[in-house]
Design a protein around this ligand. Structure first.
Ligand SMILES: Nc1nc2c(ncn2[C@@H]2O[C@H](COP(=O)(O)O[C@H]3[C@@H](O)[C@H](n4cnc5c(=O)[nH]c(N)nc54)O[C@@H]3COP(=O)(O)O)[C@@H](O)[C@H]2O)c(=O)[nH]1
Length: 693
């Protein structure tokens, strides 16, 4: 029952409680009214009965005084006409019945004579169907006997029964009315609540917080609606803010923050979709890989802010030429990529790329300067150049690099002739651009020894490229590339800075007068700001110039001899020493060698390798050593791998040497062990260092 009640709707509960309350109230009223009516009817009956009993008892005085039963019977006889009185009995003083009247016995003589004692404490008593009244028969103050009058209550009972029936009918009718009214009344409350509920469900289902519930009253429910609407308004605002920040976040995740075009992640997503669609509808698509030419120069010379502005202008120009169905994205740095959907003819792509180039070639005016930008563009086509996104991207990248290698400001369609090897090397070259930024470059240090004493005198810094897929890449594989692309300038600067910093750290810790030799490439040497760069590096690392040695090759300086000599003089003034690397392999002129302010000759390892085995090589080595002595230059031999080579070099008076016989080039973390052992064998290192500086 309890559970049934709790399972009822709110409206059901309210209707039930209201109806029940009304019915109980009515029932109570009916009970009280009927009970009062009963009391009143009984009192009336009692009064009438007592009056009748008094009259009759007065008439019985004579009969009892004379003990005359017949007279007594005559007195009682009129009662037979009174339909209310169903019995009467006259007792004398000895409680003996003198006369009696019993309607029921008269009607049915078989009925047993009732045994009635003339004793009623109150003088009367109500029974279920009758009322007994005991009236003393008194004469001159003397009780002669008693009269018992039995009054029928059937009439009263009938009246009460009628009352009960009427009450019952009233109760039923009233209950129905109460139910109808209560349920109608509850509708006033529950309908708005239901409306609220329906609105809430709709809002929560459709997540549409702009909806509002309609208010129909100004009572508490009205206020509830107001409150609900206010809450919705608040949620709407928050929802809006949330949507905005979600959209913002989505935008940020998918767009390049500088140029506002799609970023790499969105691009790859779009490319996957475009490829899936192209496969489905058997159409073609093109990927354009766009790389700005010499953008680094803009950054380096005009600063990154200008560089950023240029990128924004380029993105804007490209964006204006990209159809809605196509995608333009920034691939990072100065690279942009475009997906051309549903390509019909290759010629269309060519025309489109030419249009892009023309648009990019327009002068860019930034901060009062007119800049000219061009791009190298590589194009790959689906399905001709591949079916997967990765393959097509690589193909477009390779083609772009091909066009860059052709001098830039051009475009190139990918073709199978750009074979795997050149593709790999083109890609490698491409990746080299990011290697510094990605901190993939590191230095190894090759120890250099004084051959006579066997003492460590310095290191040669040798670069390595820790490629994420290829592992350690030899400088032989990327220095030429870096040289060709001009990347050697920033790479060389990094080598210079890292090596000097490392040497300063070594000196600070081990207090040894060691020298750091750093290789310079031709392009690096020719760079106009080289001297300034070296000066800045020394200033920043606090390494004294006398501990830096720059290795240059003969061929480097032979181009513009005067300029080279003037540059070398500047280094000499600065206190930085110069060594001629790979000596003997290039075009050497004694005349010029004399003019060069160099301090050391480095015998190329190709001669050292054959020392003792090839007479020519041995002769060259001996000559170089002799030449060095003649010019008052120190001579160092590289590539010493055997004791025999070492002995021969010592015999000839070669000053220094390096090679696998002593040690392979060491990563920075292996230097400590070597330097610790040097310090143990050479405790005067500190003093020597003081002397050198
Ligand atoms: N411009 C720059 N050029 C650099 C830089 N770092 C290196 N290089 C040049 O790359 C070439 C290859 O260098 P690497 O592979 O590091 O080889 C060096 C030594 O490991 C190797 N070597 C030294 N001793 C031995 C030996 O006993 N056996 C043997 N097989 N190889 C040995 O010789 C290379 C050192 O050459 P060099 O510079 O002529 O002293 C090389 O031409 C480097 O110059 C850089 O930062 N910038």
């Amino acid at each position: 029952m309890k559970r049934l009640f709790y399972n009822l709707s709110l409206r059901g509960k309210l209707t039930f409680i209201t109806t029940l309350t009304c019915c109980l109230m009515l029932l109570l009223t009916l009970v009280v009214v009927i009970a009062m009516q009963r009391v009143s009817l009984r009192n009336e009956l009692l009064q009438d009965g007592q009056m009748l009993a008094r009259n009759i008892s007065d008439n019985c005085v004579a009969a009892l005084s004379h003990h005359d039963p017949q007279a007594a019977a005559l007195v009682l006889e009129p009662l037979t006409a009174t339909h209310r009185v169903i019995g009467a009995r006259l007792f004398d003083q000895k409680q003996t019945v003198v006369a009696q009247y019993d309607r029921h016995r008269e009607e049915d003589p078989e009925i047993d004579e009732p045994t009635v004692e003339p004793s009623l404490p109150r003088g009367y008593d109500f029974f279920q169907n009758y009322l007994d009244i005991l009236q003393p028969v008194v004469s001159d103050g003397q009780v002669l006997g008693q009269l018992l009058l039995r009054v029928d209550m059937a009439q009263i009972n009938d009246v009460l029964t009628r009352y009960l029936w009427v009450g019952g009918i009233v109760f039923i009718v009233y209950s129905c009315l109460a139910f109808l009214m209560a349920s109608g009344l509850q509708r006033l409350v529950s309908n708005p609540i239901n409306a609220l509920l329906v609105s809430m469900q709709t809002i929560s289902r459709e997540k549409d917080y702009t909806l509002r519930v309609e208010k129909n009253s100004h009572d508490e429910l009205g206020r509830l609606f107001d409150g609900f609407n206010a809450m919705l308004a608040e949620i709407e605002v928050r929802d809006q803010e949330l949507r905005e920040s979600e959209a913002n976040l989505k935008y940020l995740v998918n767009h390049d923050s500088l140029t506002k075009v799609a970023n790499r992640s969105l691009f790859h997503d779009r490319l996957d979709h475009a490829l899936a669609r192209a496969k489905r509808i058997k159409s073609r698509l093109a990927i354009l890989f766009i790389d700005l030419d010499r953008f680094k120069n803009i950054n380096d010379s005009l600063g990154h802010d200008i560089g950023d502005l240029v990128l924004c202008v380029v993105a804007d120009r490209l964006g204006r030429l990209v159809r809605d169905a196509d995608t333009l994205a920034r691939n990072g740095g100065d690279e942009f990529v475009i997906i051309l959907d549903q390509v019909k003819k290759t010629n269309d792509v060519s025309r489109y790329v030419q249009k892009l180039s023309r648009e990019l070639a327009k002068t860019i005016e930034v901060s009062g300067q007119n800049l000219h930008v061009s791009a190298s563009i590589g194009v790959s086509l689906y399905p001709e150049n591949g079916e997967e996104a990765g393959t097509l991207m690589k193909a477009a990248d390779v083609a772009m690099y091909k066009s860059k290698n052709n001098g830039g400001d051009s475009y190139q369609f990918y073709s199978a002739e750009m074979n795997v090897d050149s593709r790999e090397s083109l890609l490698l070259e491409h990746q080299l651009r990011d290697a510094l930024e990605q901190k993939q470059m590191l230095l190894y240090y090759h120890p250099q020894y004084e051959l006579k004493s066997g003492q460590l005198v310095g290191f040669e810094a040798l670069i390595r490229w820790n490629h994420p897929e290829l592992g350690l890449v030899s400088p032989l594989d990327f220095i030429p590339m870096a040289e060709e692309s001009g990347l050697i300038v920033p790479i060389g600067e990094w080598v210079l800075y890292t090596a000097c910093k490392q040497m300063k750290a070594i000196q600070d810790k081990w207090k040894l007068p060691l020298t750091m030799a750093v290789n310079l490439s031709p392009r690096q040497f020719l760079h106009p700001s080289l001297v300034q760069t070296v000066a800045e590096v020394l200033y920043r690392t606090k390494l004294k110039p006398c501990f830096l040695e720059l290795e240059i090759t003969e061929s480097m300086v032979m181009g513009d001899i005067d300029q080279s000599i003037s540059k070398m003089n500047e280094f000499e003034k600065m206190g930085v020493s110069l060594a001629i690397d790979d000596f003997g392999t290039g075009y050497s002129s004694l005349e010029y060698l004399k003019k060069f302010p160099i301090t050391k000759l480095k015998i190329d390892q190709s001669f050292v390798r054959e020392l003792g085995r090839d007479d020519n090589d041995s002769a060259i080595v001996n000559s170089v050593i002799a030449l060095g002595k003649g010019l008052n230059l120190r001579v160092i031999a590289e590539g010493i791998e055997t004791v025999e080579q070492l002995d021969l070099l010592r015999q000839e008076g070669c000053d220094e040497g390096q090679g696998y016989l002593f040690s392979k080039p060491l990563p920075v973390n292996a230097l400590s062990a070597l330097l610790d052992s040097v310090l143990i064998n050479n405790p005067e290192g500190l003093t020597q260092m003081g002397q050198k500086s």
